[in-house]
Design a protein around this ligand. Structure first.
Ligand code: 13P
Ligand code: SF4
Length: 365
């Protein structure tokens, strides 16, 4: 039975404990009709309600396999879009706060990527020579662009494999929006740095000469995650001086010098697995978002493992942080009352080609 939508105003000032109780009560009413997916960066007071957790690749697989009527995504906007694209038409993807975006994803837009494609065609035939590869941290219309232009999606856990797939089809790659993931993945494949050119979308021809475009194997979009740019080589140097036996693990969205100075690089899921699988009494410096690092430190301390955050300043994913217990309680209560709020719908003309690019990725990884 459907009732009038419950306004968020009544939840805005809800005490945290009350929000927790109301989340539990609404969950009980919804039962198996709703599944809550939680990204590893999600704040603790929301993460604890997730039925399934993971990195972007794992969560997209889980979304495609779920049977629930409502997929409640505690993550950011592009993740809920992927859930909508990969789920069945009758399933409903919901993002508890529509303001939970990804600032890196916003650094590439369809208009700018189309302009780049047009400008590149003055030097070479992009449809013959360039595979467009979009990091999953991007809007659905960019995934659709890749689907329509022989391209593919990648995540932080499969980027080198996806580059390999891309080079089997065409000799060059246009990689957006994260230059750091693209550069590190290209480096892992043995591509020299001087064959990876930066495309600045605010400059004509990306700021590149025709010669630079012809030489580049990978054209890297000038995008980045500000959360991961807080880590500095000095943080690693200080740690190594104090704890020569310590190990350093970072996310590939970190700058190249951080990746080079780390012992391990991996997606959020890989970081967690690597630290959990390590021998007891080991010490770790971790270069990724603070919620993940704090949770991991708690989970492994009984084995004598010490997990430290890489930066001396706090760096959280402030947009994902917007999904708080109040928004989750509001969303679930509305769903339990029969009101769908904050539904994420990718229009069919974008969803179909975006699915092509995502399915290429799932098949290749
Ligand atoms: P993962 O796929 O490694 O979880 O990364 C997602 C993300 O947004 C990292 O900033
Ligand atoms: Fe986007 Fe950075 Fe947040 Fe990841 S940590 S979701 S890349 S803003």
């Amino acid at each position: 039975m459907q009732t009038a939508t419950i306004s968020f105003d009544r939840f805005n000032t809800l005490a945290d404990n009350d929000a927790q109780d109301r989340i539990r009560a609404a969950r009980a009413r919804l039962g198996k009709r709703a599944v809550i997916l939680g990204h590893h960066y999600q704040r603790a007071d929301v993460f604890k309600h997730a039925d399934l957790t993971g990195d972007s690749l794992k969560l997209s697989r889980l979304a495609s396999q779920s049977d629930a009527e409502f997929i409640v995504f505690c993550g950011v906007h592009f993740m809920a879009e992927v859930a909508d694209i990969l789920s069945r038409p009758e399933q409903i993807a919901v993002l508890p706060d529509l303001a939970a975006g990804c600032s890196m994803a916003d650094m590439a837009s369809l208009a700018k990527v189309e302009r780049a494609w047009r400008e590149l065609s003055a030097v070479l035939d992009p449809n013959e020579q360039i595979t467009p590869v979009t990091y999953i941290n991007s809007a659905a219309d960019l995934k659709a662009f890749c689907g329509e232009h022989g391209g593919i999606v990648c995540t932080s856990s499969n980027a080198p494999k996806i580059l390999d797939w891309s080079f089997r089809h065409r000799p060059k790659v246009l990689f957006f929006p994260d230059q750091h993931l693209g550069r590190w993945s290209g480096h892992k494949m043995g591509i020299p740095l001087d064959e990876m050119a930066i495309w600045n979308p605010d400059l004509e021809m990306g700021g590149l000469t025709p010669g630079q475009i012809r030489k580049a194997k990978i054209i890297l979009w000038h995008g980045f995650c500000s959360v991961h740019q807080m880590f500095q080589p000095a943080h690693i140097a200080r740690f190594r001086e104090q704890y020569p036996e310590g190990r350093v693990i970072s996310h590939p969205e970190c700058a190249f010098d951080i990746c080079q100075a780390s012992d391990y690089i991996g997606s959020t899921e890989t970081i967690i697995r690597t630290v959990k699988d390590a021998e007891p009494n080991t010490r770790w410096l971790v270069g990724t978002e603070l919620n993940l690092v704090q949770r991991l430190a708690e989970e492994v301390k009984h084995e004598g493992k010490i997990v430290q955050f890489m930066s001396s300043t706090i760096c959280m994913c402030s947009t994902m942080q917007r999904i708080d217990p109040q928004h989750l309680a509001w969303t679930l209560e509305n769903l339990a009352e029969g009101n769908v709020v904050n539904r994420i719908v990718v229009p069919a003309h974008e969803a179909a080609p975006a699915r092509v690019a995502l399915e290429r990725m799932l098949a290749a990884s």
